[in-house]
Design a protein around this ligand. Structure first.
Ligand code: HEC
Ligand code: HEC
Length: 292
């Protein structure tokens, strides 16, 4: 750039020195033509560069996350899941998960519902009952993930939360406790011990539920449990509730025997029987002494 300018001025000054102005102007005319062509070329290459840059940026923003290998393994999980599904679930839920007289449609229930139902051993349902019990799971976690990937691929729905210890440790335990008492305790009891509901149904004890299962239960509302959507309990609050349930599982009963953690009614009963009994004993003892 600078060298070409310098040589240009050198050329013009030498041309002026030789005293041939016409040739110089003709030369300059040629030069300016080629310079504007160069400028045009330069500006079009700048446009091209910007175009490429913009395409690159757009691609990184809009392209689906993950690389080709991830996509391939995700497809493989769906394929394996479909296979497992056709062997273990299709008889009740239909060949394409559309539902049958034996089981509801699974389209749109999401990976969260599959992970909850299969990892708690509720599914595959062994026999019709008022409510599926928690059992040892029949499938490995890898197989459950494959089943979940297949059902998720059919109609979306709530995803598996995949909570880490860090998520739970960072959660607001006090907020989780408050949410638990207002939303869950009426069925599961304040300490999560569970309680019977009507028509042979029951809110189970939460002593075995993993944090993921707690969030999945909230998001999918199994059986007679209501769905707690993210409009009602945000993702962050849901993690806080899961952390609180883990806290209930971890904490030993304060103040001696938990009396089965059945809540205030048996606790009150014990207080009345033992407390009043003791008082009565003291009264009788005092009365007996006064007669003497
Ligand atoms: C014997 C029949 C039967 C089999 C086999 C069975 N299910 Fe179910 N499934 C049911 C019934 C009935 C319900 C609804 C009542 C309930 O939730 O207990 C249900 C509910 C579900 C739900 C909850 C749907 C919702 O709306 O949240 C999921 C998820 C599910 N099943 C997945 C599976 C998967 C995955 C398999 C295979 C591993 C399977 N089921 C096998 C009968 C069956
Ligand atoms: C109306 C009563 C009711 C309320 C309110 C309720 N649940 Fe449930 N919950 C149930 C019933 C019933 C089941 C059993 C469902 C089944 O077996 O398919 C259940 C199951 C669960 C399970 C599975 C337990 C296991 O070990 O398999 C978890 C976890 C759970 N609930 C958490 C919660 C949380 C957290 C809340 C509050 C945000 C809540 N529940 C509110 C009735 C309720």
């Amino acid at each position: 750039m600078t060298t070409s300018k310098a040589s240009e001025s050198a050329a013009s000054s030498s041309a002026g020195a030789t005293g041939r102005p016409r040739l110089v102007s003709a030369r300059f005319g040629r030069r300016s033509r080629s310079a504007s062509a160069r400028r045009r070329r330069r500006s079009s290459s700048i446009v091209l560069l910007f175009g490429l840059l913009a395409t690159g940026v757009l691609w990184t923003v809009l392209a689906p996350g993950g690389n080709a290998a991830d996509t391939a393994s995700a497809n493989e999980a769906v394929r394996q899941g479909k296979l497992l599904y056709s062997q273990g679930c299709a008889t009740c839920h239909g060949l394409n998960a559309q539902g049958s007289t034996e089981g509801p449609s699974l389209i749109g229930v999401g990976a969260a519902a599959v992970d909850f139902q299969v990892s708690t051993g509720r599914m595959p349902l062994a026999a019709p009952a008022a409510q599926a019990d928690r059992k040892d799971p029949l499938y490995s976690q890898t197989q459950i993930d494959q089943l979940a990937a297949y059902i998720q691929s059919l109609g979306g729905g709530p995803e598996k939360p995949n909570l880490t210890d860090e998520d739970l440790n960072d959660a607001d335990l006090a907020e989780g406790g408050e949410l638990f008492l207002t939303n869950c305790a009426q069925c599961h009891q304040a300490a999560g011990a569970g309680a019977p509901l009507t028509y042979g149904k029951f809110a189970p004890s939460l002593s075995q539920a993993t944090p993921d299962q707690v969030v999945e239960a909230m998001r999918t509302g199994p059986e007679s449990m209501p769905v707690f959507g993210s409009g009602q309990i945000t993702d962050e609050e849901a993690v806080a509730v899961a952390a609180y349930v883990r806290h209930l599982q971890d904490s030993p009963a304060p103040g001696g025997s938990s009396l089965g953690k059945y809540g205030p009614v048996p606790e009150g009963l014990v207080a009345i029987v033992i407390g009043l009994g003791a008082l009565l004993g003291v009264c009788l003892w005092i009365g007996a002494r006064q007669k003497l």
